[in-house]
Every structure is written in C-alpha cells, then in structure tokens.
Design a protein around this ligand. Structure first.
Ligand SMILES: [Zn+2]
Length: 211
C-alpha cells in the first residue's frame, strides 16, 4: 500500500495553523451560523483550476460542484443518480445562492478528448456518456470553423460547452423561476490558464470578454 503523500499532511498542518490556531474565528463562525454562500460554481475536476484558489475565496464563500469539463446536464428522468443536478438543487433551493457561475477553462482534458475522439474512447466509458452532453458544441465548431487549427477549434469548443450548460440550467423549473424573478443570475466564465485571463460571456454580443 502506498503511503499518504507527506505534502498533503504537511499542507493540513499549515491549514490548521492558519485557520484554527490563529483563532481568527472564521471556522467557529461557520460552524455556529452554518454556511451561507452567495455563489455556486460549476467547475472542472482539473487539478489546475480549483475555483476557490483561482477566485481567491475563503471557506464559506463558494458552493462548488466539480465534474469532468464543468458540465450541467439538462433535466432528466428520475432514474439514476444525478450528482451534479442534486448539488445544484441543494445550492439553489436549500442555500438560496444568488449567482451560478459555470467556470470553464482552457486546455480542458475532457473537451480535448471529445474533440480528438468524437466522444468515443473505450466501450462502456462513463466519460464518453458524460461528454456526449456537449457533443453539439464539437459538431458546431467543426461546421463553423472547419479550417481552423485544432487548438483554436478546441478553445472554441470549451467556450461553446459553457453555453450549453447555461442553457441546460434553465431546464430546471427551480432555476428558471428564480432567474425570471431576479433572485438568481447565471454566468458563463472562462479561465484561460495559459494567459492568466478570466473571460465572461456577454449575452448582448454573444462573445467572451475580459472580465
Ligand atoms: Zn477541464
């Protein structure tokens, strides 16, 4: 059996010193009053794009859901176990978040694989089943920019996949109603890990712009 990485144990010791032994009261307050995050983030599992680190947030600030390629499925039948959907429902209905950010990123492994393999890697792959949620992003990119280099197509696919997730969010009645009544706002953001830029989708001109 492999040993638990030493760096993680040391990391926890530093975390403990900074958050408990300094007695800044943050965790005591969060335990006493519970969590009241105003923002729900749907981010990617990718180890390089932790939303709390990228957005420099404190414990209690963000309700974070991470999955392969930061996807939101549309409303579906009750069969199966809908982890992402259940977490979004918890954030919206129980915690009453005011914002949902779908946080995509450049050089996403999930999107890269979808582009390279057309969504067919190995038979029975759960990843293939999951990534087919944004297959239309891939096909639309290939149709609209067939001559563009693969990297450019892939960056575009990463962005179009965010828009599909924004659309899928609105298929849930409890999201739709809160957006309509102004209690909830949904955002599409894109973190360019190569250039250290954060882009935001602008509905008016249908472009991703520097935030
Ligand atoms: Zn990713």
């Amino acid at each position: 059996m492999k040993k638990i990485p030493r760096a993680l144990v040391e990391g926890f010791q530093r975390f403990r010193e900074q958050h408990f032994e300094r007695n800044d009261g943050l965790f005591q307050q969060l335990v006493k009053e519970g969590q009241t995050p105003k923002t729900l983030v749907v981010g990617c599992c990718d180890s390089r794009v932790d939303p709390a680190i990228v957005l420099d947030c404190e414990p209690g600030d963000l309700f974070v859901i991470r999955n392969v390629a930061n996807l939101v499925p549309p409303v579906e039948g009750r069969a199966g176990h809908h982890g992402t959907t259940a977490a979004i429902e918890y954030g919206v209905r129980i915690l009453g978040v005011e914002h949902i950010i779908v946080l995509g990123h450049a050089h996403c492994g999930g999107i890269g694989t979808l582009m390279k393999t057309a969504g067919v890697t190995v038979p029975g792959s759960f990843i293939d089943d999951w990534m087919c949620l944004v297959e239309s992003a891939r096909t639309s990119v290939l149709k609209d920019m067939p001559e563009a280099p693969f990297d450019v197509q892939t960056r575009e696919c990463e962005k179009r996949a965010i828009l599909i997730s924004l659309k899928n969010l609105m298929t849930f009645s409890w999201v739709h109603e809160k957006v309509e009544s102004g209690q909830l706002t949904i955002h599409g953001w894109y973190f360019d890990i190569a250039h250290g830029q954060l882009l935001k989708y602008n509905k008016e001109n249908e472009r991703f712009e520097d935030i």
